[in-house]
Design a protein around this ligand. Sequence first.
Ligand code: HEM
Length: 305
Amino acid sequence: MTKEHDYDAVRAEIKKILPQPGYDAGSSGPVLVRLAWHCSGTYDKTTNTGGSNGATMRYAIEANDPANAGLEHAREFLEPVKSKFPWISYGDLWTLAGVVALEEMGGPRVEWRGGRLDHTDDSNVPPNGRLPDASQGCPHLRDVFYRMNFSDQEIVALSGAHTLGQCHPDRSGFDGPWVRNPIRFSNTYFKLLLAETWTPKINVAGNLQFRDDDDEIMMLPTDMALLDDPKFVKWVKIYAEDKERFFKDFAGVFGKLIELGVQREEGGNVVKRGMDSGDKSVWVEGAERKTEVRDLDKEGPKAKL
Ligand code: HEM
């Protein structure tokens, strides 16, 4: 039996599930980073809804968001860790796994704080459609990331995560890795974005993406969009030239991403209000909800069954 809050023990166990021979490039690392990002990237600053607190991707509506296709692999890789440490919330496990994977793949150490609570039902699941659509351009990137409270610089820094992993035609409709070693974190994505000649190509799934001269690596339309906008391209150039600056900024912005919507009391404990279906206290006016809020206390004890 393990001690509660022994996050170092959880980290050690996450490291053990990173090597996955036979899966993609042999590592679960990239898809774990993507899980941490997608469970956090539903955040909406106006309504203060979404984000990693609550682990709403456990529920069908969010798990089946087409943007989350493939993340079942990440969640499954982590199940043995959850079984070993049943006290850890899924929100904590998914974000911690992203942070551990990133560091193990040579990335910076990201500050991580525990205490997220899992929602007890699906009444707080954010609507589908909050994650970015790779076929679009700069206005869409700004819509989506400003909604999460990120700046232009932070959008570029976050996009540097595409130095990891690959696209899968059966998941996103895009195909291939961005760099030649997709399980090593670096600033290569920015270097390649600037240095290669990128040619439009209709991929096997019938979608437009961009290929290098050897057709080995790729870029998404949203990646290429970073070159079109003066405010974005400025940071692409800075991060291509200065790896340390990229690592420092990425650590900060990834740490911010996984804390979006996690409301903490002084001292760091996560605010418990609003974690049950009947509690609307964290929902501000205008919040989109899948189901009607029921006042379970007024409906009496039977309603809670
Ligand atoms: C800028 C907007 C973004 C768009 C449009 C986008 C889109 C995509 C798409 C289409 C894939 C391929 C999924 C698949 O077929 O398996 C992907 C993979 C990935 N994305 Fe993004 N992404 C964005 C931002 C981010 C951010 C902010 C992060 C993390 C900070 C991230 C991390 C990853 C990783 C690590 C993978 C590889 C997953 C794997 O190998 O299974 N992406 N992204």
